[in-house]
Write a protein that binds this ligand. Structure first.
Ligand code: HPA
Length: 271
């Protein structure tokens, strides 16, 4: 794995003359952020050695390098989900490459089901902790000390400074926003009513099918993480409501303005 990461990172270094400080995973709700990046170079995933190729509708595959809010960023346009059949190592491979290229802070977005009764569809939730309900973990297997410790600390999975700054930005803009706990599930089914209730009962405010593996791999490498969800549907209440991928994408797309504004200002303001 180390050789693959180093090979991919050195290939990318040959393509770009650029040192990224921020890594961004353009998940649901952040697709539009790409229009705010002053792009220096975009590489198709298919041209990058060892890179997996994205399969989901609505997730195209490009690695983008450029500036945003005066900072050097690299953005993944299209992420890899566990439910697509990728291994946890494949899902987190781009995060390892980001670290090898010098990324210090990682920013992710996702669409999530809301189970906290205070949440409404379209709300923004800044994640401050997570519960891994996926059946695996990207760190299972041989540990490479060059990447991080065998038993990494997870006492501050999400960076407190970025959380409080993002909350201030959202409040100033008058967006409905919360700070919550995200449960990562494998998918691809949405949850049954009993599963939503269970996930709420164990302490999660949100549920979704991404983010947790990437944050685990990033924290293994001591990269600071920030993640933000858009609540696209509600679960765990007495009336079970139908959820569809189309409805999730529609809400996520409608929220792009809010998500983009928060991330743009967060990157501009953070040191
Ligand atoms: N559950 C799991 N993943 C999701 C959901 C949900 O309700 N909404 C968006 N992604």
């Amino acid at each position: 794995m180390l050789e693959k990461i180093n090979h991919t990172a050195s290939y990318i270094r040959q393509q770009i003359n650029f040192q990224p400080d921020f890594g961004i995973v353009l998940g649901s709700g952040l697709g539009g952020l790409v229009n705010e990046i002053t792009i220096q170079r975009a590489l198709d995933y298919s041209s990058i050695p060892n890179f997996p190729v994205s399969t989901v509708k609505g997730h195209s595959g490009k690695l983008i390098f450029g500036t945003l809010g005066g900072k050097n960023v690299m953005a993944l346009q299209g992420r890899f989900h566990y439910y697509e059949g990728y291994s946890m190592q494949e899902v987190t491979f781009p995060i390892r490459v980001m670290k090898a290229l010098g990324v210090k802070r990682l920013i992710l977005s996702n669409a999530a089901g809301g189970m906290n009764p205070a949440y409404q569809i379209g709300d923004v939730v800044i994640i401050h902790d997570h519960i891994n309900l996926m059946p695996s973990n990207p760190l299972i297997g041989k540990n490479y000390d060059e990447l991080g410790p065998r038993f990494p600390d997870m006492s501050e999975p999400y960076d407190k400074e970025m959380i409080s700054l993002a909350k201030k930005i959202a409040d100033k803009k008058g967006y409905r926003s919360h700070i919550g706990v995200y449960a990562g599930v494998p998918g691809p089914c949405f949850e049954t009513p009993a599963e939503y209730k269970y996930i709420r009962t164990i302490g999660a405010d949100l549920v979704g099918m991404s983010t947790v593996p990437e944050v685990i791999a990033a924290r293994h490498g001591n990269t600071s993480c920030f993640a933000i969800s858009i609540v696209t549907d509600l679960g765990g209440f007495d009336e079970a409501e139908k959820v569809s991928h189309e409805a999730v994408l529609k809400v996520a797309t409608a929220a792009e303005g809010k998500m983009t504004a928060i991330i743009r200002e967060l990157i501009a303001e953070i040191g």
